[in-house]
Write a protein that binds this ligand. Structure first.
Ligand SMILES: Nc1ncnc2c1ncn2[C@@H]1O[C@H](COP(=O)(O)OP(=O)(O)OP(=O)(O)O)[C@@H](O)[C@H]1O
Length: 601
């Protein structure tokens, strides 16, 4: 049976060498504190000897006899004061060290929490985009907002265990010096209690996983309530949503209750076992005729040892109780089995001739029933078409035809399952993704605005852009006029995901954000569908001005939006039905274009 939470080695990696180097300091402080405590208690032997009026050494040998000699040369009164002062000094110093250890542990806890959150955010930012298509946002949110804290608690529990174990070892050593026979008995008893505790703690893993799973479900519900505020109200679903939320919340309560009750059994059980051990020592010492000062010092030491043993056991059960959280954090941090970020090292500084899709097939993970390009669920089937450099290409097709999927492939959010995408003859998969993305800009109905000002949003990802550049881009995107009419102009806060603006205003800012980079390849995916006709006509004029100089890819269901394009690619059910110069088909309506057969012009 595995008693150690499996995720601890992973956490060790996440924490890095810096924090681990502090572990010896924690151990040294723990050992020194316990040594001072042991010494202070040991000095009770001569103290009691003086109070009882004799230097009774019956049953004493070695260390205890040595302690009995402390201050032997002094007068009785001076000796009493000196020993009392030494006991008090050791207690004060021990507590100073305990405080230092608390500070150090708090420092490590804070740093560990930070390190875990930082590692999680790093993973989320560097992981391949398909991961987000597969995973529940509620689970991810729960890991970052809840489980990461619990993983830090696990680290604190681990450090607590180290301190308690150090103290226990030292106090056991003192006990050994006082009476090795009684210490052997005690050690055997403690080992049995420890084993019973460890076995019972191992059963905490299952309920701990239950708590983590219920927390994920609750986080999903929370996200839903926050994001679907309008939907819930317009369809009058408040009561139903409340019931669903309460069920998820009650699930967390019940799972946490199961975990707490199983954890709660452990402290009383171990206390009873420790009390039995304590009484066994008292009776054993009486039967063996051990001197009173020695028995008293032994029992006080044993009494002081118990909290450390209990703390060690509690840290252990806490670690087991947190194993579900540790596993969740480990799952997210572990790169195994997760989509990798796009690779490639070939330099790219601009499109010279064309981007060619050559028999490209693609299936979203989880959508395929059988592997391979012809699998059911494939959303692109051997798509072949060309996007010419310096020209504008319209990608059209009915809803679900695969247009946005082509954008996802172009932006390397996903990679083709079959066929190849060639950029000036080189495979897109070999091109440095950073350099490639620097040369493209995407304005899409799905790309959010960031929480900040309008200016922040326009220059997002283009650090060298000045306020003047932003204003020029806003003019091109037909956004300048409405921005100027806002009380704070470009300093207006757009709110979370741009809630303070209308849909058309948001789209124009997103378009300005794409245009401010004057990208080599501009991709517009339904980027102006909420913009009024007049503004759209002006935007089309802007796009026309890129002709011959820059490449533009436009996806739209509106004839007016694609009217300036040189080429058109017609998609149907993931297949390219036709690629033709747009001028040859310009007279057809969108419906006629969608229905257009492969050979007809
Ligand atoms: N993340 C996903 N997982 C599984 N299937 C998906 C995913 N995204 C899209 N699809 C499926 O892929 C197909 C193509 O979707 P895509 O978004 O490319 O269509 P589209 O032509 O852009 O449609 P629209 O005009 O409605 O935006 C659809 O059948 C859709 O259900």
């Amino acid at each position: 049976m595995k008693l150690m939470p499996p995720a601890l080695p992973m956490l060790r990696r996440a924490l890095g060498g810096g924090l681990l180097r502090l572990v010896p300091a924690v151990v040294v402080l723990g050992l020194a504190g316990a040594a001072l405590e042991g010494l202070g208690i040991g000095l009770i032997i001569p103290l009691l000897g003086i109070i009882m009026g004799h230097g009774d050494t019956v049953g004493m040998a070695g260390f205890s006899a040595l302690l009995q000699q402390v201050g032997a040369g002094l007068g009785e009164r001076e000796r009493l004061i000196a020993i009392s002062a030494a006991i008090l000094g050791s207690i004060v110093l021990k507590n100073v060290l305990a405080f230092a250890n608390t500070l150090l542990t708090a420092h490590i806890y804070g740093k560990a929490s930070y390190a875990i959150r930082s590692a999680l955010s790093e993973r989320l930012l560097r992981i391949g985009y398909p991961f987000f298509l597969q995973q529940s946002p509620g689970r991810l949110l729960n890991i970052i907002s809840n489980e990461s804290w619990r993983a830090s608690d696990a680290i604190q529990a681990l450090f607590g265990a180290i301190v308690s174990a150090s103290a226990a070892i030292i106090l056991l050593a003192f006990l050994m010096l006082l009476s090795w026979q009684m210490t052997l008995l005690v050690t055997l008893g403690l080992a049995l209690v420890q084993l019973a505790h460890a076995l019972l703690s191992a059963n905490l893993k299952v309920p701990s996983r239950g708590v983590a799973a219920r927390n994920s479900a609750l986080a999903s519900q929370m996200l839903h309530l926050v994001h679907a505020g309008r939907l819930i109200r317009i369809f009058g679903q408040e009561d139903r949503e409340k019931a669903v939320f309460d069920r998820a919340s009650d699930g967390v309560r019940r799972a946490a209750f199961v975990l707490s009750t199983r954890q709660g059994v452990l402290p009383p059980l171990t206390e009873v076992l420790h009390a039995m051990l304590f009484l066994m020592v008292v009776i054993g010492a009486w039967l063996a005729n051990v001197s009173f000062p020695l028995t008293a010092a032994f029992l006080i030491l044993l009494y002081r040892l118990q909290p450390h043993m209990r703390a060690l056991q509690m840290s252990w059960s806490q670690l087991q109780g947190l194993s579900g959280s540790l596993e969740e954090v480990q799952w997210l941090l572990d790169p195994a089995g997760k989509p990798a970020a796009p690779q490639g090292s070939r330099p790219f500084d601009g499109l010279r001739q064309a981007i060619s899709f050559d028999d490209v097939s693609f299936t979203y993970a989880g959508a395929a029933s059988t592997p391979g390009p012809d699998a059911r669920g494939a959303v692109l089937h051997q798509a072949t078409f060309t996007i010419r450099s310096g020209r504008s290409t319209a990608l059209i097709g009915r809803s679900g035809a695969g247009k946005t999927t082509i954008v996802n492939l172009l932006c390397r959010f996903v990679e083709p399952d079959g066929g190849s995408i060639l950029v000036d003859g080189a495979s897109l998969g070999e091109i440095d993704p950073g350099q490639w993305r620097k040369n493209i800009a995407l304005a899409s109905q799905e790309l959010e605005l960031v929480d900040g000002t309008i200016l922040d949003n326009i220059v997002y990802g283009h650090d060298t852009a000045s306020a003047g550049d932003a204003e020029r881009a806003a003019k091109l995107a037909e956004a300048h006029e409405f921005i100027e009419h806002l009380p704070q102009g470009y300093k207006t806060l757009v709110g979370c995901r741009g809630v303070n603006l209308s849909a058309g205003q948001r789209q124009r800012i997103a378009l300005a954000r794409a245009l401010v980079r004057d990208p080599d390849i501009l991709i517009l995916d339904e980027a102006t569908n909420a913009v009024d006709g007049l503004s759209e006509a002006a935007i089309v004029e802007t796009l026309k001005s890129r002709a011959g100089r820059r490449t533009t890819i436009v996806i739209s269901h509106h004839h007016s939006t694609i009217s300036f394009c040189d080429d058109v690619v017609i998609l149907s059910h993931g297949r390219v039905k036709k690629q033709a110069p747009f001028a040859a088909l310009a007279k057809l309506s969108m419906d006629e274009l969608y229905q257009h057969g492969p050979g007809e012009i």
